[in-house]
Design a protein around this ligand. Structure first.
Ligand code: BGC
Length: 344
């Protein structure tokens, strides 16, 4: 099912696609930016909660600067110095975060119309052609993102890309989750776990130094559930530099596995994150100052938390970090699942 979602300043008409399952879950996604707009989950009392931050229409997505629900690429997170070399050629990107490229530079994938295809009642595929030179990257790339809602209350996001020349590819979803409801305020009392023994240390511009720091005995240790706010104000280098949590965790294990979780005692809603990727930026909305969102909600600092699964930031400049080169003739295929249930 789909309906109008307003138009952009260029007059492009966006649509909102709604997927429902038999268990009362519903998600809404739009072809503008291939963004996740709503995630409706019944809470422990049967009341439906929308657990992602977002806007009411395409124009607000166009004007927004905080990546609500966004599909981010060609390379999510940062590339130091906004440049890289591949096969002996140098490529210049747009520096939009200090001297670095963040989330694809200024010509964001989340500010474009994607081609939509409703494959069945529970799946929508968004496709984008990103030509050679787009954002500064080599290779004509064909990208698709599939959102699927299953009867197991899983929101599955699958990414697929091919390119006719070697390029970089590191796509993610930038949804801000608030399991007490999108308009409920700060998430500091909600609990998170991250299955990672280490995180990537970063400098003052959030570029990894290359070091993997064990989380043991640091406020970055989320190996067991703890409240987001419990140690967020600790005088610890990473937290001071990031103004809270805004780091890439080096996820334990390989292949599709559970890498993180979040839960709200208030609603009893629990979300598990599964992915086949090696890293995840856990970002606590430290730079969300005042954003006018859905249903007249004003979102502020730490009103949501992002679980951005990805290859490690700046991997192209760090030999011991996996990815993110996509070779011509091969395909980029990854999946991230947000799975919901409730606890009394
Ligand atoms: C980054 C933050 C940035 C945010 C933008 C996150 O992925 O790590 O530093 O401010 O995106 O909303």
């Amino acid at each position: 099912m789909n309906c109008e979602f307003g138009s952009t300043s260029k007059g492009e008409k966006a649509r909102l696609y709604i997927l429902r399952n038999q268990r009362g879950m519903e998600i809404a996604v739009t072809d503008y930016g291939a963004a996740l707009v709503k995630v409706l989950v019944p809470d422990k009392d049967g009341k439906v909660q929308d657990v992602v931050l977002g806007y009411d229409n395409a124009k607000a997505y166009e004007n927004g600067g905080v990546y609500f629900g966004a599909t981010v690429g060609r390379v999510a997170n940062r590339i130091g110095g906004a440049s890289f070399e591949l096969n002996g050629n140098a490529y210049e990107l747009t520096a939009n975060d200090n001297n670095n490229s963040l989330h694809g530079g200024r010509d964001y994938y989340n500010k474009r119309m994607w081609q939509a295809e409703e494959t069945d009642g529970q799946k929508v595929m968004f496709s984008l052609e990103s030509p050679e030179g787009d954002q500064g990257y080599p290779g004509n790339a064909k990208i698709s993102v599939i959102y699927e809602l299953t009867e197991d209350n899983e929101l599955k996001i699958s990414y697929h890309a091919v390119s006719d020349g070697d390029t970089l590819m590191n796509l993610t979803n930038h949804s801000y989750f608030n399991l007490s409801g999108h308009a409920s305020g700060p998430v500091l009392g909600q609990e998170v776990f991250i299955a990672a023994d280490a995180f990537t240390r970063a400098d003052a511009e959030s570029i990894p130094t290359g070091e993997l720091v064990p989380v043991e005995d640091t406020p970055m240790d989320f190996r067991e559930y703890k409240a987001i706010g419990e140690e967020i104000e600790t005088d610890y280098e990473a937290l001071t530099l990031g103004q809270g949590y805004d780091h890439n965790w080096a996820l334990n294990g390989k292949g599709m596995r559970t890498v993180a979780g979040m839960r709200s005692k208030e609603t009893g809603i629990v979300m598990e994150v599964l992915t086949d990727l090696p890293g995840m930026q856990f970002y606590t909305g430290n730079f969300l100052i005042s954003e006018q969102g859905k249903e007249d909600t004003e979102y502020k600092k730490r009103h949501g938390a992002c679980f951005e699964t990805q290859y490690f930031p700046d991997a192209i400049h760090k030999e011991h970090f996996e990815g993110p080169v996509l070779k011509a003739g091969t395909s980029y295929d990854t999946m991230t699942v947000y799975r919901f249930h409730t606890e009394a």
